[in-house]
Write a protein that binds this ligand. Structure first.
Ligand SMILES: [Zn+2]
Length: 255
């Protein structure tokens, strides 16, 4: 991207300035938006990719930076431009970056979606683990299950529960499956849902989940893929049920 000449824009801007004096006073942001549209069109025609800085645009249009910023927000919402912190403002649609998309996932999805995916991935992983676990793997998973049961606060329980579920995914022995698990697990751990997760963990449910973990591991140790699959499904369905309870409660209250 080479330097861009703003000569033609400047001329148009002067003309707009003259016209403006004759017209009734308009809101700065609307004026900025109208001018920005023609600036973006002009630059695009010249094959440019990047817009001048906010400060330069403000000078060019003859409005404050605040008005320019607002107008840029509108263009961004329309998908005409995109911005990246520290890099600048660019013309066109934001290029697709799967990496960044993954980072945005926590704000785009929710715990119910997470559970829908977990319910489809993790029973299959438990099934595969039952086919592939070595005795050492079983010892490892048992040790993690014991840590979950022994944890005395929600934070510790969450940490060890996540470690146990990930161990089962790792023992399943499929790299791609494990990568999928990690994406979902990262979303699940997002700070946004801390209060939801905490609400899921009551004292009575801890004992229940502990026995469900044991059932999954028993089936894996017996090399019973179907039982492992079923036990994991039941465990996750209980979790999903608990997630749905507050929602159904809220609906009942509204009636
Ligand atoms: Zn669990």
């Amino acid at each position: 991207m080479g330097p861009i000449s703003f000569g033609s824009i400047k001329k148009q801007s002067d003309r707009a300035g003259v016209l403006q004096k004759k017209r009734p006073i308009r809101r700065n942001s609307s004026l900025a938006l109208e001018r920005l549209r023609s600036i973006v069109d002009g630059l695009e025609k010249d094959g440019a990719h990047q817009l001048p800085t906010e400060r330069e645009l403000a000078e060019l249009i003859g409005v404050g930076r605040r008005a320019v910023r607002r107008a840029l927000e509108v263009l961004e919402a329309e998908g005409r431009i995109w911005r990246r912190q520290g890099a600048g403002t660019f013309i066109g649609a934001e290029p697709h970056h799967p990496e960044r998309h993954l980072k945005k996932l926590p704000e785009m999805t929710n715990m119910l979606e997470v559970m829908e995916v977990r319910l489809r991935i993790e029973p299959a992983l438990a099934q595969l683990a039952a086919l592939r676990a070595t005795p050492a793997d079983v010892d490892w998973m048992r040790a993690l299950a014991a840590k979950v049961a022994a944890a005395d606060d929600t934070d510790g329980r969450e940490l060890w529960d996540s470690a146990l579920h990930r161990a089962i995914a790792a023992v399943a022995g499929n790299t791609l499956f494990l990568a999928l698990f990690d994406v979902v697990d990262r979303v699940r751990q997002d700070e946004t849902w801390r209060h939801v997760r905490e609400a899921l963990r009551t004292q009575e449910s801890v004992a229940h989940y502990t026995s469900q973990h044991d059932e999954v591991l028993d089936a894996i140790e017996r090399r019973d893929p179907q039982a492992a699959e079923r036990a994991m499904r039941e465990h996750l369905m209980d979790l999903q049920q608990r997630l749905l309870l507050p929602t159904s409660g809220a609906l009942a209250d509204a009636e």
